[in-house]
Design a protein around this ligand. Structure first.
Ligand code: FAD
Length: 323
C-alpha cells in the first residue's frame, strides 16, 4: 500500500473542522491499509496554514505555495493535486465532502483515470469503503480498481483529528499548463453570520414548513437559536417556499449534520430530511401532529403548537442562562 494523501482545505488561512475530519479519516485509513499520511496544503502565502497542518501527526505536510492557487479554482487545484499524487507514491487521496471536495475530487480522479467513491463513512480492513445509498437506508461496500483510489469523506462519519506530533513541512513545486488556468477567480460572496455554521455547530435548530413564513422564522425560531448559541437549519420545504436561504437546507440534497443536539421544529420527518440529520446524538422534535414520522427518530418529542411552545422554551432557556 502506498501513502494516503489528505487534501487540507483552508478557510481564511486556517484549517476548518472539516479538514481535521479529513486528516482523521486519513489516519484511520493508513492505520488499516498501511502507508504514511501526507497532508497537502495549497494556496499562496501559506506559511501559517502549513504550520497549523503540521500539528496533527502526519508524516509530512506538502505545501504548494503558488500565486495561481491564491483562490480555489477547481482545474488548477486538481492539476496540482494530480502532480502531488504522482510524485509521492500515493495510493489513496481523500478530502471531506465539502463544496470544494465535491467540486475537485472527481476532476482529480478523471485526470488520474481512476474511479472515485463519494461520501464514504468507513474504511474496511480489506481496503473497501462503506458509503450510504438510498438516502442512508443502505450502506454499500465499494471497492475501487486502479493504482490510486480517490474518495470523499462524509463530514459526520469521522471525528476531528486531535493535535499530534509535529510534522516536517516540505515545499512542493507544481507546474500548471495554460489549460489548467482557464478558470478565473472573480469574487467570493461569503454569507456572513454571527451564528456558528451548520458544519461546526454542536447544536442545530431547524425549522420546517410548519413555521409558515420567513417572518415567523425571525420571530419564533431565531430567538431560540440565539438563546442556545445554535446554528439555524431548515427543511427543503421551508427553503423552497423562500422562508430562508438554501445554504440552511439540511437533508439529502442539503447539508448533512450530526450535532450533539438537533431540534426539528414544524418538520414532518420526510426520509430526505432524515438523511441529513438522523445521526445527531440527541434529537428533539416539536410538532402538532402526534403521528408525524419525525417522532420515530426523536429522543424527545413534544406534541404542541410551535407558536406557543417555542417562545415558552426560549424564555425558560434565557432564565436558566441568567441563573
Ligand atoms: C429528491 C428529493 C430530495 C429532497 N431533499 C430534501 C432535503 O435535502 N431536505 C429536506 O428537508 N427535504 C428534502 N426533500 C423534500 C422532502 O421530501 C419533504 O418534502 C420536506 O422535507 C418536507 O419539509 P417539512 O417537513 O418542513 O414540511 P411538511 O412535510 O409539510 O411538514 C410540516 C410539519 O409541520 C407540522 N406543523 C404545522 N404547523 C405546526 C404548528 N403550528 N406547530 C407544530 N407543528 C406544525 C406539521 O404537522 C408537519 O408535520 C427532498 C425531496 C426529494 C424528492
Amino acid at each position: 500500500m502506498g501513502n494516503v494523501l489528505v487534501y487540507a482545505e483552508t478557510k481564511n488561512g486556517h484549517l476548518p473542522k472539516s479538514t481535521l475530519i479529513a486528516i482523521q479519516a486519513g489516519k484511520e485509513a493508513a492505520g488499516k491499509l498501511g502507508g504514511d499520511v501526507l497532508v497537502a496544503v495549497l494556496g499562496a502565502g501559506l506559511e501559517s496554514a502549513a504550520q497549523e497542518a503540521a500539528g496533527y501527526g502526519a508524516a509530512k505536510v506538502l505545501a504548494v505555495d503558488n500565486p495561481a492557487l491564491a483562490n480555489y479554482l477547481a482545474d488548477a487545484y486538481a492539476a496540482a493535486l494530480e502532480q502531488l499524487v504522482s510524485r509521492n507514491e500515493v495510493s489513496l487521496l481523500l478530502a471531506t465532502s465539502t463544496a470544494q471536495g465535491k467540486d475537485m475530487l472527481p476532476r482529480v480522479a478523471a485526470r488520474l483515470n481512476v474511479g472515485m467513491a463519494s461520501d464514504i463513512v468507513g474504511v474496511n480492513d480489506d481496503g473497501t469503503f462503506q458509503r450510504p445509498m438510498y438516502a442512508g437506508n443502505a450502506i454499500a461496500t465499494v471497492s475501487l480498481d486502479g493504482a490510486v483510489q480517490v474518495v470523499s469523506v462524509r463530514g459526520t462519519a469521522f471525528d476531528a483529528a486531535h493535535p499530534g506530533d509535529q510534522s516536517p513541512v516540505e515545499q512542493a513545486d507544481i507546474s500548471l499548463e495554460a489549460a489548467d488556468q482557464q478558470m478565473r477567480f472573480v469574487v467570493f460572496n461569503e454569507i456572513k453570520s454571527d451564528r456558528p455554521t451548520l458544519a461546526d455547530a454542536s447544536i442545530v435548530i431547524s425549522g420546517g414548513r410548519g413555521l409558515k413564513s420567513g417572518e415567523n422564522f425571525k420571530e419564533y425560531l431565531e430567538p431560540l437559536v440565539d438563546a442556545m448559541g445554535a446554528a439555524m437549519g431548515a427543511s427543503r420545504a421551508a427553503v423552497d417556499a423562500g422562508f430562508v436561504p438554501n445554504d440552511l437546507q439540511v437533508g439529502q440534497t442539503g447539508k448533512v449534520v450530526a450535532p450533539e443536539l438537533y431540534f426539528a421544529v414544524g418538520i414532518s420527518g420526510a426520509i430526505q430530511h432524515l438523511a441529513g440529520m438522523k445521526d445527531s446524538k440527541v434529537i428533539v422534535s416539536i410538532n402538532k401532529d402526534p403521528e408525524a414520522p419525525i417522532f420515530n427518530v426523536s429522543d424527545y418529542g413534544l406534541v404542541a403548537d410551535l407558536f406557543q411552545a417555542v417562545p415558552e422554551l426560549t424564555e425558560e432557556i434565557k432564565k436558566l442562562k441568567a441563573e
